[in-house]
Structure formats: C-alpha cells, structure tokens
Design a protein. Structure first.
Ligand SMILES: [Zn+2]
Length: 434
C-alpha cells in the first residue's frame, strides 16, 4: 500500500505544481474566490466526490468582512472571464465561495480535511528577484497575491482528493474535504461551522506550509496556543459645522475616534494569559475648516484563550461607547472577523509524527512534536468545535524554505514540499480510516 501511494503521488507531481501555479496566477482574496472554487469543485466532481456549495456550506448571517455587492459582481464577472464555470459562479452569488466535498466509503469514522484557498490583498513583486516573476506565474489580478501559500494548500487538497478516490476501496468511513474561503482576516470558518459542515465529524486535520516550519525537510506535528481574535470596525458619526463661525454646532467624530484609540490601548491586561489590542487604522474628517462628522477605526483584539479575547472585546465596546458619549456622536461597531483559541489532540499528533518519520523527505532531526502558534488562524475554531463534540484534531506545519516571510510581496516557497505534504495527509487519513 505504501508503494502504491508513493507511485500515485509520483505520477501527480507535475499536476500538483500546475495546480499551484494556476491558483497563484489567478489569486483571489476572501469571499471573491469564484474562479478558485469553480476549478476545485469541477475537479472534485470529476473524481466522484459529492459537492456542496453556496448556502449549503456558508451561513450568510455569520459572514464577516464581505465586500459590497458591486465589488462581488465585478469579481464574479472577472472570474468567468478567467475561465470559471458560469453555472457554478451563480451558486456563489453574494460571495458564498468555497466548497465541501464528501467521499462516502461505508461504515467507519468521519474524517474532515481542511484546506484554505484565499489570497492576500497585496501587490505581487514584479522583478527578477522573485521566482514567480522570472518563471512567468505572478498574479494577474491587481493587488491580490498568494503571499501565504494557500495556493499550495488548494493544490495539495486536490491531489489528496485524487489519491483518496483511487484508493477508496481501502477506506472505511467518510471523508469530507473542506476548501475554506476567507481565512485571511479569520472570516471563513465561522460561517461554515454555523452552516453545520462539522456535524458528526470525529477527526479533523489541517495544516500550513512554512510558518514556523521555515526550512525544507522540517515537520511540526501539532500546534497549540492559537490566539483567539476579534476583528472589528467602529464607525463614528457626528455633525459637520463651520470651524470658525459655529464650531459649537458640530459634533466631532474625529476626536471621539482619537480618544477611543488611546483608551483602547489602555485596557487592562488580563491576569490569566496573554492579550493584545491594536487600532490599526483611523480615517476621519473631510476638510481643514469643517468640524469632522465622520471617523472609522479598524481594530482587533486577541487573547491566549477565547475568554481573554472576549474580555478584551467587551472592554473595547465600552471604551468605544464611552468615547462616543463624551463627544456626543454615534458609534456603530461591526464584526469583521472572529475565531477561538485552540489546542491540538496528542493522539492525532502521534499519527502525523509516525507517518512523517516514514517519509524520507522529512529530516528525522527536524520532526517536532509541537509548537505554539502565537498568532491566529481560524482552523482553530473548527478544531475546537470538533473536540467539543467529542472528536480530535491537529494542525501540522510542513517545512519549506521561504524566499520572504508570509504576507510579503516577495513570498514564495519551495514546491518540493507539496508532494511529501500530500503523502503525509493521505497516509494519515488511511491510518484513521482503515
Ligand atoms: Zn496562511
């Protein structure tokens, strides 16, 4: 069986890189992954998977940070121009991107594999220092780039699907592949969970290339201490007035936002663990001689546990409301992203480790049991939900040399990590389902 899987992967190596580069060229950010989803859904259907899309897998009410309708329409059209299936794109109207695909192999455990598919809002480097530029596969979509490696994740997911479909007679149970949109900004997991896609799942596997495994040959088998986080926009609305003639008639939204920004950063630390708060941007005002009637704050909180993050966010709401009251303006707080903290299950870590040790690509000295995330990734929300319903899960990191850090416009990775990554996932799935 070992050799069969190896042979199958060997035969699909070029396809793996082709998929990755195809997704890289057509990078799409959160809730606009119309073409990416279309390519994935078509391929999975051809492999005999049962496909679910649109409101079957995304709870509309739970969507956060969705672009406006006009932007979404423009992206739907752009996606079709770039080869997306118009019928499939229609199913994603409103930004309901992503796809869930099931392979039913009879009685047995229920395993979910999660792959994120979105890109970043960043303009890709266009010079010879950057390999995707040298080799002609940079993003053709302006200001969007796969700068985190999710193009690699989507490619791996499709090849994992192809191999699993070919060895399905060896599998007992059900496999669900989750191709998740909107991981950046932690927007995609919650609406998928709220649509019920994890009901009945006993084990979930997810991972990332690179990150703390930033050398080819490295493997981190599990991850703990994902930071819970809440992203939010606060819009202040006041009243404009003549700054010289009648300032007393104005209501100053800029001052409310400025005061809120200072006091948000003054929220007390939490005794039970790490916390963060950042006001990332403030935009306010209209003209030099106008009392500013408008202001927007984009901010986020984080916590070592979901409780600590919730403490930070609730205190933030109070600060924002207090600042609005002081300056007699209104404030509207909109949730833009949210995810919980998370810890991997040791039993599943062992499965990843055992299989990693059997794959030559991974350097035995560089196979690490566990790392601390100290950042946020909304897979942790999925893993926590599965654990709360009595299941298990882990988050692994597949080592790869990186040309620049994640989210940098020079980001690129060593594609030789993709095939061993597929092998690791397939063999672990086989252990769980046989
Ligand atoms: Zn990422």
């Amino acid at each position: 069986m070992n050799d069969t899987i190896k042979e199958l992967i060997h035969g699909l190596k070029d396809k793996l890189v082709d998929y990755r580069r195809n997704f890289h060229v057509h990078a799409e950010s959160g809730w606009t992954e119309f073409r990416t989803t279309s390519v994935i859904a078509r391929a999975l259907e051809d492999l005999g998977f049962q496909i679910k899309m649109g409101d079957q897998i995304i709870c509309k009410e739970s969507m956060m940070g969705v672009p406006d309708d006009q932007t979404l329409e423009a992206h739907m059209k752009r996606a079709v121009d770039q080869g997306a299936d118009p019928e499939l794109v229609k199913k994603m109207k409103g930004g309901l991107t992503g796809v869930v695909a099931d392979l039913d192999c009879g009685k047995g455990p229920f395993l979910a594999l999660r792959f994120d598919i979105d890109a970043n809002d960043i303009s890709e480097a266009q010079d010879d220092k950057h390999r995707p530029f040298r080799e002609g596969f940079t993003s053709i979509n302006p200001n969007v780039m796969h700068a985190c490696g999710h193009d690699g994740h989507a490619a791996m997911g499709l090849v994992v699907a192809e191999i699993l479909s070919q060895i399905r007679d060896r599998l007992k149970g059900k496999i669900r592949l989750i191709f998740q949109p909107g991981e950046e900004g932690v927007r995609g997991a919650k609406p998928m969970i709220d649509a019920g896609i994890l009901e009945g799942v006993d084990t979930i596997l997810g991972g990332h290339i690179g990150f703390q495994a930033a050398r080819t040959g490295m493997l981190i088998c599990s991850t703990d201490k994902f930071l819970a986080t809440t992203k939010f926009d606060a819009t202040f609305t006041g009243e404009p007035a003549h700054a010289g003639g009648a300032p007393e008639q104005g209501r100053n939204a800029l001052l409310a936002a400025a005061s809120a920004a200072l006091n948000l950063h003054a929220i007390s630390r939490h005794g039970q663990g790490a916390s963060r708060i950042t006001v990332g941007t403030i935009q306010a005002g209209q003209g030099r001689n106008v009392i500013p009637p408008n202001a927007l704050i984009k901010a986020e909180t984080r916590g070592e546990t979901s409780e600590i993050d919730e403490f930070m966010f609730q205190r933030a709401r109070q600060v924002l409301a207090g600042a609005a009251q002081t300056y007699d303006v209104e404030v509207d707080i909109k949730l833009m992203g949210k995810t919980s903290s998370g810890q991997s299950s040791p039993e599943i870590m062992e499965i990843i480790k055992n299989n990693g040790q059997k794959i030559e690509f991974f350097d035995p000295d560089q196979i690490i049991d566990n790392t601390e995330m100290r950042g946020s990734e909304d897979y942790s929300h999925m893993m926590t939900v599965v654990q709360e319903q009595g299941g298990k899960g882990t988050y692994f990191m597949i080592g790869t040399d990186l040309s620049a850090g994640h989210h940098n416009f020079y980001f690129d990775f060593d594609e030789s990590c993709l095939a061993p990554g597929v092998e690791l996932i397939v063999k672990s799935a086989l252990d769980i389902l046989s």
